[in-house]
Design a protein around this ligand. Structure first.
Ligand code: NAD
Length: 483
């Protein structure tokens, strides 16, 4: 079996060499095809950070094992890490956080075991990176949460929870505030939950979740979240088990999967051979399991756990009274311990299974469609305009353009209603949302909206617009605060 390997930047080559050395010493039946990806590839003029050959190899092999990569700052290029996850639709980011004996934390000292798997949606949310300056003072990020995208990651989380006999699966969200976006994610969660009656499914608001994870981490098992919240919560969980040096990650898609550590390129320690290779090794072990190589995965993990139990550590963790070892010596210690089992938490060394991941080659893009049909009607439009005038002045000017089809329902600023009612204590910025709805709830056409747009553009610069849709009589948009 062949996989693509990208060593990455900073400490990437050092820790990748350490891990591949361990794999080779353990006779892992893999061949490695090294591909060109990372900052040095950006520097050569490839503006997505990888060569065409690298892309072809990864798409042909279906598995990428990668070191951390740096995105050049201020050159207008997007993160290669995010680009890779999104381009190849690795929709689920799975991060397992477990107590490691020999890695002291407040919880290990208190005898509280941790075994939490975070599944983070990996494609959507603010990571779309669709951002615009609407005025000199106002920046906008579009946050897409989609039904098919949410269903993909939530289904994966439930399936994985079933396979690991999880006690509980929790959805972290902020649907109390973002009722439409996070509300959709939460709705998908409970829709999928119906298919898994044996799993205890519940939800926790993300801020409360952070507090509960810190206070009682052993109450959680599998947690699924949207992209940004998942990113933050998974770093919090890394802290619970000893830091980023122990946080592995698998980016799972239907065709291509990427295995990497959660941490970055650690430029402060790069080139010194002192980085901790544990997170990348744990990611590699997860990759072996994904490939069905269960016996080697168990053997190597047991050797790693044994090594940690013996107190062998790199400089970033462990008992300071025992001298630390460098990256190479840490890998050598794991190799010397192959065949040994830790006293605590030894892993089963199961027989290999046939790999469930055959590379399904595609010849065209897949359209993820929701099969639901609904009665749709345009009932208004939100026009986002640039202005430094007061709300009453804006409303008066806008009235002139409403014509016979539209009513001005309200004017809001940063999501807070400032007209027809509001407070003088609401600070304003130079961009308003003027909400026009159809008179008597009549159905509108896009031409009606364009007519309004053209008319209003005589008085204001219109920065952006959103149609107000009603589906099956239900408003498909949020109300302004105070509306
Ligand atoms: P970082 O994770 O590289 O470093 C944060 C701190 O943790 C540093 O003090 C570093 O020395 C330490 N650290 C990280 N990994 C370690 C290891 N294996 N052993 C010992 N110490 C370790 O985060 P950062 O400094 O915010 O980011 C540096 C660069 O990495 C940036 O260019 C960022 O974009 C990139 N990055 C890449 C990835 C990825 O490739 N998936 C993820 C995060 C950050």
């Amino acid at each position: 079996m062949k996989i693509a390997v990208a060593k990455g930047d900073g400490i990437g080559p050092e820790i990748m060499d350490a891990v591949i050395t361990i794999f080779k010493a353990a006779d892992v039946p893999l061949e490695y095809d090294y591909v060109d990806m990372g900052k040095w590839v950006f520097d050569k003029g490839f503006n997505n950070g990888m060569t065409d050959d690298a892309k072809k190899t990864i798409e042909a092999l279906g598995i990428l094992f990668k070191g951390p990569m740096e995105t050049p700052k201020g050159k207008g290029v997007k993160s290669i890490n995010v680009t890779a996850r999104k381009t190849w639709n690795t929709y689920a980011n799975k991060r397992v956080f477990q107590t490691l004996h020999g890695v002291d934390t407040v919880f290990s000292k208190a005898g509280i075991p941790i075994d939490i798997t975070i599944v983070r949606e990996n494609i959507e949310d603010t990571y779309g990176g669709i951002e615009h300056m609407l005025t000199h003072d106002v920046a906008l990020s579009r946050r897409f949460i989609t039904r098919p995208g949410s269903m993909q990651v939530i289904r994966y989380a439930f399936e994985m929870a079933r396979q690991k006999n999880a006690r509980r699966i929790t959805c972290g969200h902020k649907a109390n505030i973002m009722k439409i976006t996070d509300g959709l994610f939460l709705e998908c969660f409970y829709e999928v939950a119906k298919e898994y009656p044996e799993l205890k499914a519940d939800d926790v608001i993300v801020d409360d979740l952070c507090m509960k994870l810190v206070v009682q981490p052993n109450n959680f098992d599998v947690v699924v979240l949207t992209n940004l919240q998942g990113d933050i919560v998974s770093d919090l969980c890394a802290g619970l088990v000893g830091g980023l040096g122990f946080a592995p990650s698998a980016n799972i898609g239907d065709h291509i999967c990427i295995f990497e550590a959660v941490h970055g390129t650690a430029p402060d320690i790069a080139g010194k051979n002192i980085a901790n290779p544990t997170a990348l090794l744990l990611s590699g072990i997860a990759m072996l399991r994904h490939l069905g190589l269960l016996e080697k995965a168990g053997q190597i993990e047991n050797a790693l756990l044994y090594t940690l139990e013996q107190g062998v550590h790199t400089g970033d963790f462990g008992d300071k009274s025992i001298p630390s070892v460098n990256t190479t010596a840490f890998a050598d210690a794991v190799i010397a311990n192959l065949g040994k089992k830790p006293e605590q938490n030894a892993k089963p060394e199961l027989a290999d299974v046939a790999s469930s991941c055959t590379v399904l080659h595609l010849d065209k893009n897949v359209m993820l469609e929701s099969k639901e049909t609904s009665q749709e009607k345009i009932v208004g439009v939100d026009l986002f305009i640039e202005s430094s005038e007061l709300p009453e002045v804006i409303a008066k000017k806008c009235q002139r353009h409403a014509g016979v089809k539209f009513n001005i329902v309200n004017v809001s600023n940063r999501g807070t209603q400032v007209w027809p009612t509001g407070s003088v204590y609401t600070n304003l910025v130079n961009q308003y949302n003027v909400r026009f709805e159809s008179i008597d709830d009549h159905s509108l056409t896009q031409q009606d909206v364009i007519g309004l747009y053209v008319s209003l553009s005589g008085d204001f610069k219109i920065c952006s617009l959103e149609l107000l849709n009603e589906w099956d009589g239900k408003k498909a948009y949020s109300l302004a605060q105070g509306q």
